[in-house]
Write a protein that binds this ligand. Structure first.
Ligand SMILES: Nc1ncnc2c1ncn2[C@@H]1O[C@H](COP(=O)(O)OP(=O)(O)OP(=O)(O)O)[C@@H](O)[C@H]1O
Ligand SMILES: [Mg+2]
Length: 317
């Protein structure tokens, strides 16, 4: 590790398209992630927010090397994840983990909680006594007690299951956790508990998080920095405070205006963007058709402009 660099993860010009249709003569691709760059520092939470289909999970999977990128560069502690030796790769797998949206499907129903938590320790060849200690410590750290170790996922509430998923994610003492919509399947009160638990994991264990959500309110409660994604592109990137209190991109402004903060149950999901103002165009700003202020120049693609430590994809900046 480069002890002078604050950067844990560095992503440069990352792109990924999926093959969506294939005939004898033609292949059709869909650009899910388009030229995305960002970095995540040690002991930091980076929120990635965007509506359904904007490419959030794809970014997460690329960063953890669960799928292959098309172009770009991903570095973890200064090492390119595509060029790691087998031992570096093993270390990378140990130092990164993931929490998914629905713990019902991410936890093996045939394993009890002890077995679920022990599995990564077996894979990484921890001796039995240490496995036992780590399992006990992790379940307590996740806010449950040892009586849960004998239970099966079907015998747990949604919040308890997500705590088990978090215990498993921290059991190898990772440096980075990808949390992909970890609170979206939970009731609002349980959401808050899980958000607080993630905050504690960052503060006490110095774990960095890539926190993915369609809910700007949730991201706002946790993130140090925020990326706003739309159709695979970064619309705006900056400190959480700047992005939430002084949004610059028209899309971010709409998202923030549509948040009723005192009534979390009435929170609108980003899936429902308000209007379609004009016809789609090819080659221009990707937000053109839904932008309330677009004009002629927006038919040309804007660059991601740097301004006071933030970046904004808009001609008006
Ligand atoms: N394996 C795949 N093959 C083809 N298209 C895919 C594949 N995976 C994702 N896509 C498409 O890529 C786009 C981005 O998907 P992704 O899952 O990254 O979005 P997301 O922002 O995580 O959405 P959600 O909030 O619904 O989870 C979507 O249009 C999706 O349909
Ligand atoms: Mg997703």
């Amino acid at each position: 590790m480069d002890s002078h660099s604050p950067t844990l993860l560095k992503v440069e010009n990352l792109s990924k398209q999926y093959l969506v249709k294939k005939t004898l003569f033609k292949k059709e691709f869909f650009k899910a992630v388009d030229n995305v760059s960002f970095s995540l520092d040690y002991n930091q939470i980076l929120g990635i927010v965007g509506e359904s289909g904007s490419g959030k999970s794809t970014i997460g999977k690329l960063v953890l090397k669960l799928i292959e990128k098309d172009t770009g560069k991903i570095q973890f502690e200064g090492r390119e994840i595509d060029r790691m030796s087998p031992s570096e790769e093993k270390k990378f797998r140990k130092e990164t983990s993931v929490i998914f949206q629905d713990p019902r499907t991410s936890l093996n129903p045939r394993f009890n909680v002890y077995q679920i938590l022990e599995e990564p320790l077996i894979i990484h060849k921890f001796p039995k006594t240490e496995r036992k200690e780590r399992v006990k410590k992790a379940i307590l750290d996740a806010g449950l007690d040892e009586s849960f170790l004998g239970r099966y996922p079907s015998e747990l509430s949604g919040g308890q299951r997500q705590r088990v998923a978090i215990a498993r994610a921290i059991i190898l003492s990772p440096k980075m956790i990808l949390a992909d919509e970890p609170t979206s399947a939970l009731d609002v009160s349980v959401q808050l508990q899980i958000i607080n638990l993630i905050k504690r994991m960052k503060e006490e264990k110095k774990i960095s998080f890539l926190f993915i959500s369609h809910d700007l309110n949730v991201v706002g409660m946790l993130a140090d920095r925020i990326i706003v994604l739309y159709r695979g592109k970064i619309m705006e990137k900056g400190s959480a405070k700047d992005v939430l209190l002084n949004p610059l991109h028209p899309y971010t402004k709409i998202l923030i205006q549509s948040l009723p903060p005192e009534h979390p149950r009435q929170r609108k999901k980003i899936e429902k963007l308000p209007e379609i103002y004009r016809e789609e165009i090819k080659g221009g700003c990707v937000f053109y058709s839904r932008c309330p202020v677009a004009e002629e120049r927006c038919k040309k693609e804007p660059e991601l402009k740097k301004i006071n430590g933030r970046e904004v994809y808009c001609h008006f900046i």
